[in-house]
Ligand binder design. Structure first.
Ligand code: PEP
Ligand code: MN
Length: 335
């Protein structure tokens, strides 16, 4: 249920109403827009007397929301969410565009610093580095783990760039203290216990869409995080299963971007690399995502993709990334 408050409602009256609604056992999500305040109510709303609520002089209207996702939904929060990353002014969402780039697998401090310097110069705002890798085979290289995160956060200190890496197991959370965004990978989109735990922390979460997850399931997974109190969630489309094996893996669902923007206030970024797994197709799909309204991109950049210890076919070189970024910049100016 949502209650839209009148533009002239005083802060004191709003606070009184919120306190009263909380006493009824409801969670209240407050969204202050430029012209109006929207109260999103979650819980046993059947017990709320909607006629009484609508008749209050500070209430403009009361609407029952039938969507299963509430706090993630645009009805609860009409304006785009803007998520601040780190403490150097990087933002995603609401017109703020950010590119996340780096190696799928951190291999050494030297490898990472070379990549950091070049992607930063090309305009990436956030550094990605894989430490705990979600590999399909237990016999493949699993990443440097804790050592990888140390290399990544040392790189953040050296260069000043905010960093993102994936968590697979909640028990490793203490290692992520200096990480700016925690990624939940496509294999964990519906790991509800992990999502709930991440809802209890004060850090942005990048939630990838599982290849077999519907848009609704993705939004319900975001709801798991927000319901626990952490509303800094960034959604990421990265390809979904298809019947067509002409693609090396998944099909990038570009249409997810405008649809998600309609349904949710959360920022939506696109990762073209993990779906298509062909370096030659990363740039066209990145451009398509930008044209479709993505709030950001995730691009795997490796100094020597062919010899990368994971994802050799899906990363581009720093030079190619630099060329792509120039085109993305021009495309954004045109848009
Ligand atoms: C990754 O980001 O390195 C990754 C494995 O991606 P996904 O979870 O989308 O497959
Ligand atoms: Mn990867």
């Amino acid at each position: 249920m949502i209650a839209v408050l009148k533009a002239n409602a005083s802060q004191e009256r709003c606070d009184m109403l919120i306190t009263w609604l909380k006493k009824q056992g409801l969670a209240v999500h407050v969204s202050k827009g430029e012209n109006q305040t929207v109260l999103g109510l979650v819980g046993d709303t059947a017990s709320v007397d909607t006629d009484m609520l609508s008749s209050l002089d500070i209430v403009e209207k009361v609407t029952v929301v039938s969507d299963p996702f509430k706090a993630a939904g645009r009805k609860f929060h009409p304006d785009d969410s803007v998520i601040e990353i780190g403490d150097r002014g990087v933002k995603i969402g609401g017109g703020n565009f950010a590119v996340i780039a780096g190696p799928g697998c951190i291999e050494s401090p030297e490898q990472l610093s070379g990549i950091t310097d070049s992607v930063k110069t090309s305009g990436a705002g956030i550094l990605f580095g894989g430490a705990f890798l979600p590999r399909s085979s237990p016999y493949d290289f699993q990443g440097l783990g804790a050592e990888g995160i140390q290399i990544l956060t040392a790189e953040k200190k050296r260069s000043g760039i905010p960093v993102i890496t994936e968590i697979k197991d909640i028990r490793s959370l203490p290692l992520f203290e200096d990480v700016d965004i925690i990624q939940v990978g496509a294999r964990n989109t519906q790991n509800f216990d992990l999502l709930s735990e991440l809802g209890g922390i004060n850090k942005p979460i990048l939630l990838k869409r599982g290849p077999a997850c519907t848009i609704r399931e993705l939004l319900m997974s975001a709801e798991y995080i927000i319901a626990r109190g952490n509303d800094r969630v960034i959604l990421c489309e990265r390809g979904i299963c298809s019947f067509d094996n002409a693609y090396l893996r998944d099909v990038l669902d570009i249409s997810a971007i405008p649809l998600l923007h309609k349904l949710t206030h959360l920022p939506v970024v696109m990762d073209p690399c993990h779906a298509i797994r062909r370096a030659s197709m990363i740039e066209p799909m990145a451009k398509a995502a930008v044209a479709a309204g993505a709030d950001g991109l995730i691009i795997e950049v490796h100094n020597d993709p062919v010899h990368s210890r994971s994802g050799a076919t899906q990363a581009i070189t720093p030079d190619r990334f630099s060329e792509m970024m120039k085109k993305i910049q021009k495309l954004r100016e045109v848009l």
